[in-house]
Design a protein around this ligand. Structure first.
Ligand code: NAD
Ligand code: UDP
Ligand code: UDP
Length: 322
């Protein structure tokens, strides 16, 4: 039987956090969602606010937090390049000060703590696909460093709290994930292309579109996170979580144009600095330890995501026209 736990989800109003809150509630847990709405709003969690087992607290995790919980999922951080580069110092503070505060909380409570780390710790990788043993290739003074280096420092903190204070940690390196509840304007490639295609606007490829990414549907990722959190304490990670099917950005654009039946043309724009050329997770560790691997192919996941944005855009039009 499932034992009800009090679970804290930081960044719980965001894309991944809101799916995680839903899943934890479904499993019968008592969920405390902490978010400062830096990159989100209440929209993703509106449907949970009436649930007596769901509680929302507006709070910035760069400041200390004194609450009583059994488990912590530390998801708070801007995640899309335009969001994390909007206020780079705050991005580092959230990931470093925020991690210290959440680890201090976990230490006091003897609570297990999950960290949403990222494939960005590998930077612009010279080894492909990326195994967890790869130390990465990050430009520590570049425009992406506020995110990449802060997430690397957070991993350091997690492993030092584990070694020094015996905190039970779970560190997952999440690769590009997509699906419903992605923020409308967060600039990530899947949401950008879908919104552009649905509006019949040009699809903006940065660079020549030959750079690759591996896209994981959100339901697959949440399943992986839950299995990881429930696995034995000695499996701390870091563990890669993502879908190993790799696509070029041009292939992604063509798929989205075809699935939406859009008349959008594809246009090419300047490539942002330090944009990784290739990315694909080696997920053998997750397969072996968690018996987990993604099941939802890109085409199917894109269909769900397109339907979500289509409905949202229709609703926004209706709301506007009264
Ligand atoms: P998101 O931007 O949709 O959600 C992040 C949430 O954190 C937002 O609700 C935001 O308001 C909140 N937040 C930001 N700073 C905060 C602070 N100081 N205090 C409290 N709340 C704060 O992003 P997401 O895609 O849901 O990402 C969630 C986590 O997963 C992030 O830590 C991100 O780095 C990590 N991640 C995501 C992906 C992905 O593809 N989605 C990939 C790798 C890692
Ligand atoms: N902290 C928190 N909630 C708690 C316990 C600690 O936010 O319930 C914060 C607190 O701000 C502290 C940080 O976590 O500075 C790190 O805690 P730790 O116990 O490791 O260090 P110390 O208290 O000695 O600074
Ligand atoms: N990208 C693009 N057009 C867009 C948004 C992004 O071509 O409108 C590219 C971006 O340059 C990168 C890839 O798509 O090569 C993935 O970008 P995203 O911001 O989604 O994630 P990340 O770079 O962090 O993997």
């Amino acid at each position: 039987m499932n034992i009800q736990k009090k679970v804290l989800v930081t960044g719980g109003a965001g894309f991944l956090g809101s799916h995680l809150c839903e899943r934890l509630l479904k499993e019968g847990h008592d969920v405390l969602c902490v978010d400062n709405f830096f990159t989100s709003s209440k929209d993703n969690i509106l449907h949970l606010l009436d649930n007596p087992y769901f509680e929302m607290m507006r709070h910035d995790i760069t400041f200390p937090l004194y609450v009583e919980v059994d488990e912590i999922f530390n998801m708070a951080s801007p995640a899309s390049p335009i969001h994390y580069q909007f206020d780079p110092v705050q991005t580092t503070k959230t990931n470093v000060h925020g991690a210290i505060n959440m680890l201090g909380l976990a230490k006091r409570l003897k609570a297990k703590i999950f960290q949403a780390s990222t494939s960005e710790v590998y930077g612009d990788p010279e080894i492909h696909p990326q195994p967890e043993s790869y130390w990465g290739n990050v430009n520590c003074i570049g425009l992406r460093a506020c995110y990449d280096e802060a997430k690397r420092c957070a991993e350091t903190l997690f492993f030092d709290y584990y070694r020094q204070h015996g905190v039970r940690i779970k560190v997952a390196r999440i690769f590009n994930t997509y699906g419903p509840h992605m923020e409308f304007n967060d600039g990530r490639v899947v949401s950008n292309f879908i919104i552009q295609a649905l509006r019949g606007q040009p699809i903006t490829i940065y660079g020549d579109g030959s750079q690759t990414r591996s896209f994981c549907y959100v339901d697959d990722l949440i399943e992986g996170i839950i299995r990881f959190m429930n696995s034995s304490d000695d499996f701390t990670g870091p563990v890669n979580m993502g879908n190993p099917a790799e696509f070029s950005i041009l292939e992604l654009a063509e798929k989205i144009v075809s699935l939406t039946g859009s008349s959008s043309e594809i246009v090419f724009r300047a490539l942002p600095s330090d944009d990784p050329k290739q990315r694909r997770p080696d997920i053998r560790l997750a397969k072996a330890n968690l018996r987990w691997e993604p099941e939802i192919p890109l085409k199917e996941g894109l269909k769900h995501t397109i339907a979500y944005f289509d409905a949202l855009m229709t609703k926004n039009r209706t709301d506007k026209n009264g």
